[in-house]
Design a protein around this ligand. Sequence first.
Ligand code: F6R
Length: 614
Amino acid sequence: MCSVVGYVGKNLSRSFVMQGLARLEYRGYDSAGFACLHPSDNRVIYAKVEGGVSNLLKSFDSLPIEGYVGLGHTRWSTHGGISTDNAHPHFDCKRKISIVHNGIVENHRDLRRELEQEGHIFHSETDTEVIAHVLESLLTRHENPKNAVIELVNTLEGAYAFAIIMSDQPDSMIVARKRSPLCLGSGEDEMFIASDLLAFADKTNKVLFLPDECFAFIKKDSVEVFDFNGKKLSTRFQIVDVPQVDDLKNGFEHYMLKEIYDQKKVIKDTVSNYKAQASSIWHQMGLSAPQIKCLQRISLIGCGTSWHAGLVAQFFFESIAGIKVEVGLASEMRYRTFFPDPYSIAIAISQSGETADTLEALRFLQNHKMHTVALVNVSSSTMVRQTAGYLPLYAGLEVSVASTKAFTAQVAALYWLANAMAYERGKIDKDTFKAAEDELLVVAEIIENSIEEYKREITETLAAKYAQYSTALFLGRHIAHPFAMEASLKLKEISYIFTDSYPAGELKHGPLALVDEKMPVFIFSVVDEELYHKLLTNAQEVKARKGHLIVFAFEGQTELIELADTVFIIPKVNPLLGPLAMTGLMQFFVYSIAKELGRPIDKPRNLAKSVTVE
Ligand code: F6R
């Protein structure tokens, strides 16, 4: 994870670097740092702090830090604890080389041992500091810095994106990347460098995505790109659609709350945009109508919340379009045996499009010649460039680390897609397809109305009541089970309450041993009558052990409603859209519990929004 931001240009670097870091703080916020070359004598001046960008800004009060070439970093710790010493930038022995880095150098221990034997002194526990010392050592043997960098990148193992400034090369910056993302923005006599173009989205739309396994020498008006063998590449800046930089909370206390309320619009935007693209949708996926007709299997892959969206969507494709689905947890699936199947495709689901586990899973599938499609919210992301097809999500910028509206956008898009495939395959007619689109719009209204209906009760009594529990169980059946997994994840990540989720039928096979009067058990109901009755039995099993039941039920489910200690009732919808209809209310409830506990909701401890390490 971590974010790398840099500037080389006609202006002082600090203002852009700090603004860029603030925008990319979603990538990590354990510590932050900045370094630049002093214009008078090219010495490195720097500041680094524990905590995020606001702490770094405060540290500048006492320091005259300014320079035209500068770099900055926010950290999500991998090697070494959270401390000022471990914060980036890191330096060589003579403090002539400053580096910021995103990724993991896997052979850092061996390199450190060798360097220590050569007499290098280290000041941190990080793998990053090793890079600065390796380069220092190589520069004693190579007069030409380019040759030193070639040897450097071929010495380092792992995945990385780094930016380096050197007192001996005061007008330029060296960057390199292997797997981890890095892009450059070109302005007039200035270059912007960042892990994500969001950092410079308001400055330029001329962007160069540094190709994988390449390094570059950047000056304010030129860039030279080389592959890891030192071969010069002809690369061009392209004009891209830069994301809207709308980082306002619009009066909401937290981004998460704003994003929960954005969801009605997200569903409406999803339906209208997919409707408008309907005639070209297979082409966008890199497929044709005959291929959709022959499709026998879809692999949906993702991590965390995106994986949960895939688990929900499995039911859409199987029951509406008659296509077998496998849902792969990206961090695990590539270690299993692969069974080739010519009539199958993989859809990677991701908000950021930068999740390393998902990117690696895609590489694995592509090595097996599988057709891959990205369903991604950030159109400029690596995943979009790495796949044969791309379907956009219409969530808009999601800032809160805990994903809310991206989940809704994913589920809505996949529901639409399953219906579009069903229509193409002759499983449903035009009217049924249109009715499915209308069902999504009905659900969009329910998401917001249900929050409004229960808002007062949640904020005035329920949040305080449930904030007192230290554990919770989440249960669901069928399509409501992956939704229970998502609810469980959401509560644990923002409240730090320990939670676990199960298919409700599994309760009696073990977890029931945990149930007593101190255990709140969340049950998410299903619309389907048969499944509902099975779920009812599971709820009774909990009550019989004095468990405390919090039920999300549909209108008319009287027996379940009467069993509950706390109940939320929402209108009946198409059974496959039940989880989506409950989404807003569930998220608002867990948000309110975390707020009651005084948690840093938008940036929970130890997490980052974009998980770019495996
Ligand atoms: C949880 C959450 C994470 C992400 C996961 C995948 O609220 O946000 O579990 O869903 O890290 O991220 P993306 O979707 O960016 O690939």
